[in-house]
Write a protein that binds this ligand. Structure first.
Ligand code: NAP
Length: 205
């Protein structure tokens, strides 16, 4: 069975996902709500954090933590061991496609191969579900999120709206009309607002 997919995104008032200071402590405190089995992210999100991963403490895998699955069709991520040791996740899983470039021969990273030249997100989630994942939380700057919207894979959305206007960039929702059912609103100190929605499957409007 396909897992329940929730995406939490930090956004500016004009819908950008970068170019402003995210309240990371609040973002990750709120993200614990879902107790996800799998954190699903994209290669670009990981590449943007590589320096932080290198300099962070490495207490080792957290046995009861979620699995970190990274969509990386072009095998650009190299910091697998650092990610595994960060103390957030139980393990890491590289999501590759048939045409993903060869990996280092000594790579010990677990892999799941779906799709021809790009990861097949539908199949990857189905397989993760068959392996026991019930809840997947997407952590994306927007590109992976929009690809998941394209194939109707997101069930729940949480926006952590920051009181800032960035002025340029791509909006998290660009190109997508979503039918949303409000599921909760919370206002925090400093004007940060948390908006939660269930996404109705298209066709049920
Ligand atoms: N505001 C927030 O909540 C938030 C959260 C996370 C990250 N960020 C920031 O956002 C930036 C990175 O985000 P991003 O949106 O550029 O990248 P991203 O969310 O990491 O998504 C890019 C990944 O999605 C894959 N992808 C895209 N379309 C696909 C499709 N149709 N099928 C299969 N895979 C597909 C790409 O594949 P390929 O490997 O083939 O290119 C790539 O691996 C960074 O600056 C990061 O700090 C913000």
């Amino acid at each position: 069975m396909r897992p329940h997919v929730v995406a939490q995104v930090a956004v500016s008032l004009d819908g950008m996902t970068s170019g402003f200071d995210v309240d990371l402590a609040r973002f990750y405190a709120l993200a614990t709500l879902w107790q996800e089995d799998v954190t699903l992210t994209g290669a670009d999100t990981i590449l943007a954090q590589e320096d932080a991963v290198r300099s962070a403490p490495h207490p080792g895998p957290r046995p009861d933590g979620p699995l970190l699955a990274v969509v990386d069709s072009r095998a650009r991520v190299r910091s697998w061991e650092g990610l595994r040791q960060l103390g957030y996740w139980s393990d890491v899983l590289a999501l590759y496609a048939d045409q993903t470039p060869a990996r280092p021969a000594d790579s010990a990273t677990r892999e799941l191969v779906t799709g021809y030249d790009r990861v097949d997100l539908v199949e990857a989630l189905e397989i993760l579900g068959r392996r026991g994942a019930r809840v997947v939380r997407v952590d994306s700057g927007g590109e992976l999120l929009r690809a998941l919207f394209d194939v109707g894979l997101v069930d729940e959305l949480a926006l952590l709206v920051h009181p800032v206007v960035v002025g340029s960039g791509r909006r998290w929702s660009d190109g997508h009309a979503l039918d949303l059912e409000p599921a909760g609103t919370e206002v925090f100190e400093g004007g940060v607002v948390w908006l939660r929605y269930c996404i109705r499957p298209s066709g049920l409007r």
